[in-house]
Ligand binder design. Structure first.
Ligand SMILES: [Fe+2]
Ligand SMILES: [Fe+2]
Length: 240
């Protein structure tokens, strides 16, 4: 069976962020404390790959080997990102592992209303393409903030996140191209469903997907992600 060459890079984000301290940054403590919720959100979103992974093991048992090879690398990367954010957060905000674990455990996580996006391998791969492209673009928007913090180590961390998220997008999109572009109406319908869900402005549900209730994200962002995907697959001329 034909397959795709999966892009991936292995690195240790936890080791990279280990022992990062406020003194390594060029911002004062008032500015740093304003960023606590920003970094906590990213820590949680990466951590939440665990529940999505468990869900996919449960519902995707008869999906293709290519999907599972993609998912295995994706999950390895997201947990690596989580460990990086965890070290970063512990070091910059002076909290213990126990405090982080307790706070993570108190969150609500639910797939309610999202099951339809994972009904088939086609829908799941389109959702991964959409979500990972959105994440790539979102982390890219964070470049100015990371630069302001003045730590070369943090900037390298962000660059690697962006590269990995782009790899996740490209890998999922390649699998769609290989297996599902013969069904353009379904692919376009799945893209439209993703865009619509984001435009409806649902709060983040703690399961990795649609971690997009960032403040001040214009609706044009989500429409743009949808358009980019259709263009990426050469589907602009088709009607869903
Ligand atoms: Fe990630
Ligand atoms: Fe990702």
């Amino acid at each position: 069976m034909r397959t795709v060459r999966l892009r991936s890079a292995q690195w240790d984000a936890g080791a990279m962020m280990e022992s990062l301290r406020p003194g390594d940054l060029s911002v004062d403590s008032a500015r740093l404390s304003k960023l606590e919720s920003f970094f906590w959100f990213d820590l949680c979103a990466e951590y939440d790959s665990q529940v999505l992974h468990a869900k996919l093991v449960e519902i995707g048992a008869d999906w293709s080997q290519g999907f599972h090879e993609f998912e295995r690398l994706w999950y390895r990367d997201e947990m690596n990102h989580y460990r990086g954010f965890r070290e970063l957060y512990r070091g910059l905000f002076g909290v213990s592992d126990r405090q982080i674990d307790d706070r993570l455990a108190r969150r609500t996580q639910t797939f309610q209303g999202l099951e339809g996006f994972l009904e088939t391998e086609l829908k799941a791969l389109v959702l991964f393409s959409y979500d990972e492209l959105a994440t790539t673009l979102a982390y890219s928007r964070d470049r100015a903030l990371y630069r302001e913090l003045g730590s070369p180590r943090l900037l390298t961390f962000l660059r690697r996140l962006i590269r990995d998220e782009s790899y996740h997008f490209q890998n999922a999109a390649d699998l769609v191209r290989l297996r599902y572009l013969g069904r353009p109406t379904e692919v376009l319908g799945a893209i439209a469903d993703c865009v619509r869900h984001d435009l409806e402005g649902h709060p983040y549900q703690g399961v990795f997907l649609f971690d997009h209730d960032w403040e001040e994200v214009p609706s044009a962002f989500f429409e743009d992600v949808g358009r980019r995907l259709a263009r990426h697959w050469g589907l602009e001329g088709h009607v869903a």
